[in-house]
Design a protein around this ligand. Structure first.
Ligand SMILES: [Ca+2]
Length: 170
């Protein structure tokens, strides 16, 4: 089934298309450098890598989502290996339990303090329908780490796919 984009303005659509033409799609570099653990915990076989495996399937049964255990401040982190200038982050929400994402922050920066969760904030995700994709504009934030964290709440964090758009700083 074709998935609709959620809450994307025509202006953002044009901006994204331009970025695709001139930017490296960081996901396609298949970067996964972290020697540190890439999410706060792993529920069963639902590894952090499932959010950058190029598959936007959002059902648990498709085995392409991440899923933490039930815990305080659950988080997920992408290590890009080098500092990048990041324009946008596109997230596909988990379909089985879409409310997990409520209140999640996207944080970007070069620090690993608090596992990278203290880096500057790009966006707060108030809510997203299950299985939908949404693009969050970061307008050129510099960072090596892209974190998604639910601060101050005990719960799960589950992600279908995280796509990061930007360019490498050389
Ligand atoms: Ca995936």
């Amino acid at each position: 089934m074709e998935m609709r984009e959620y809450a994307k303005s025509p202006a953002n659509e044009r901006t994204n298309r331009r970025h695709k033409e001139i930017q490296v799609r960081i996901l396609q570099e298949r970067t996964w450098h972290s020697k540190e653990k890439p999410q706060s915990s792993q529920h069963q076989t639902y590894s952090a890598y499932n959010a950058i495996d190029g598959n936007r399937a959002s059902y648990w049964e498709k085995a392409s989502c991440t899923h933490t255990n039930h815990e305080l401040n659950p988080w997920w982190r992408l290590d890009l290996g080098k500092t990048h200038n990041i324009f946008s982050v596109k997230i596909t929400n988990y379909k089985n339990n879409p409310l997990y994402i409520n209140g999640a922050e996207i944080n970007i920066g070069d620090s690993l303090d608090n596992d990278g969760n203290n880096n500057p904030r790009c966006a707060v995700i108030s809510s997203m329908p299950g299985g939908f994709r949404e693009t969050f504009q970061c307008n050129g934030m510099d960072g090596r780490y892209v974190n998604i964290v639910i601060p101050g709440r005990t719960g799960y964090l589950a992600l279908g796919e995280v796509e990061v758009y930007g360019s490498r700083l050389d």
